[in-house]
Design a protein around this ligand. Sequence first.
Ligand SMILES: Cc1cc2nc3c(=O)[nH]c(=O)nc-3n(C[C@H](O)[C@H](O)[C@H](O)COP(=O)(O)OP(=O)(O)OC[C@H]3O[C@@H](n4cnc5c(N)ncnc54)[C@H](O)[C@@H]3O)c2cc1C
Length: 391
Amino acid sequence: MIDFSLKPKTLKAIKVARENAQYVRTLARYYDENEHAEMKEDEKEKLKANVATLLKVLAEPGEGEGQFLTNIILGENRSWGDPVTGGAIATTGLGNAAIRAVATPEQRKRFDSLYCAMAITEPGCGSDTSAVSTTAKLDPETKEWIINGEKIFVTSGKRCNAVVVWATLDKSKGRAAIKSFVVEKFRKGISMTKLEHKLGIRASDTAVILLEDCRIPYDNILGSPEIKEAKGGQVGVLATFDATRPGVAAQGIGVGRAALEFTKEKLEETGVTFPYDRGLHSLSAVQKEILDMEANLDAARLLVWQSASLLDKAQRNSLESSMGKAKAGKAITQICQRCVALLGPLGYSRDWLVEKWMRDCKINDIYEGTGQIQMLIVCRQILGFSRAQLK
Ligand SMILES: Cc1cc2nc3c(=O)[nH]c(=O)nc-3n(C[C@H](O)[C@H](O)[C@H](O)COP(=O)(O)OP(=O)(O)OC[C@H]3O[C@@H](n4cnc5c(N)ncnc54)[C@H](O)[C@@H]3O)c2cc1C
């Protein structure tokens, strides 16, 4: 039986996260308009103090939700303020989730203090991750891995201290030969060659990373170097998506919720009410549309919470995490677009943040696997088809 009535400690943490998010929201427009600007020191200090208060609440005695569910609930609330502006003080990235999912205890200790980005995408490899062509070769004399390749669209590629790089040990062996490697930024042969200019999430740095004969210690490989198909379909590195997709979906839900709440408030100021106890026939088109969008957002949230709570129970959640991400990506894209339209010209203006939320939310239906790819994964799992049967 699934019960998502939250514990008092979680509710208290949400309240603090929301207060922090209010502050972040005041910074959001500046860092959207000044893409790649470094955050001011006094703002960083304030954000750090906010996070410290939140951590204090989480450390208080008393039962809370599991760690994964707590993270995605707080992630949604943080994102309600802004999905990326608070990232200026982030100490963990997508690569850290990968490390947590597959690293040995020794590696976790070694890499724990690093802010790690995740680099899968290449000029010739996106949705189909089996096309990774970055190579990792073992130097038998020095026992080092030598990495060569180009990674594009690496989130936090500039700010991070290390990159979790997907590379193949043997291209002819397909997916099973793809492994992930932690490449610290101080290594010779790793460089950032470009920063992207983007439609949305402009406070987040997205970079091109070049690896040229980059040597890393043997123990920087995550998981086993053995090339063999994992039982149960999911091959080692792909399992990390199960842990990262709920977070990406929650980030999007925070943005969708921000847009919907703001739009409702503005409509209420013009006299529109939102009755929850009336039949469809007595609602206006605008009332019905808002209530439909709320229901859609709630449905997405519940799916995402379910996928996170499975992780907390150490249960397989591939199906649920893809369902949650697919549903959230679609729901928020539609919600943000409709909110811009419902607010008329001001919705389109830079006076308000709704147009920004519309640009920001699109990414949640793209990175960590597009909406179409999530639907493929869901269909394969429900219908029992293999990759070859349904592509
Ligand atoms: C801002 C930003 C940040 C990013 N951050 C990272 C990061 O940190 N690390 C990283 O590795 N990557 C990152 N990416 C890359 C992102 O994960 C990829 O863009 C995404 O996986 C899609 O790959 P692609 O762009 O090559 O599209 P393609 O794979 O070329 O797909 C193009 C279109 O075709 C559709 N499509 C593809 N295959 C199928 C199919 N079989 N059936 C139906 N439709 C299909 C896709 O859904 C998509 O709409 C980022 C991208 C952006 C824009």
